[in-house]
Design a protein around this ligand. Structure first.
Ligand SMILES: [Zn+2]
Ligand SMILES: [Zn+2]
Length: 170
């Protein structure tokens, strides 16, 4: 199953270690909690690992799913929720959250942005057939960048808030 929720809600305060399959490049990336300010409140935003061409590194970036993807996701989640106990649904998005995402997506202007610098020159990680985890092509190298581990970083937990079109708010 391909979920629009590339990074789940409680992974912030973890640091991912990325390595290249071909060269000796490696990088750590702090997972931030990303909230999007909507009409009444701030709501968790879907994010993904991506290559930022402006910063030349792996970053967290917005995940702006298409309206069709969100509609498919809602149908799938509705079925999952109908057939499961409440205890098993802690990590499953609520239909209220998905409906809010669908309303937001209909008004969204512009492509997904890097959550560090605001660049739209980003390449999200991708799931390739037969590969258990997503990768990002290492530009100029041809290798694949992959998160090979996660460690907890208590005390480093931090959040960023963005507006509906992905601009960072103070
Ligand atoms: Zn490389
Ligand atoms: Zn960037």
């Amino acid at each position: 199953m391909t979920s629009v929720l590339a990074v789940e809600v409680d992974v912030y305060s973890q640091i991912a270690l990325f390595q290249c399959s071909r060269c000796n490049w490696s990088q750590e990336l702090l997972h931030l909690k990303v909230l999007r300010r909507l009409e009444q409140h701030a709501s968790r935003a879907s994010v993904t690992h991506a290559w930022c061409s402006d910063q030349v590194r792996v970053v967290l970036a917005e995940r702006v799913a298409s309206q069709q993807e969100l509609a498919r996701e809602r149908t799938m989640i509705e079925e999952v929720r109908a057939g499961a106990d409440e205890d098993d649904l802690v990590e499953v998005p609520t239909l209220e959250w998905l409906d809010e995402q669908i309303r937001w997506r209909a008004r969204r202007v512009g492509p997904a942005k890097c959550l560090e610098c605001g660049s739209t020159r980003i390449t999200p990680e991708q799931n390739r057939p037969g590969d258990p985890s997503p990768t990002i092509e290492h530009p100029g190298c041809g290798g694949s960048l992959r998160a090979i581990g996660l460690r907890y970083a208590p005390g480093e937990a931090t959040a960023v808030v963005i507006d509906a079109n992905g601009h960072l708010l103070d």
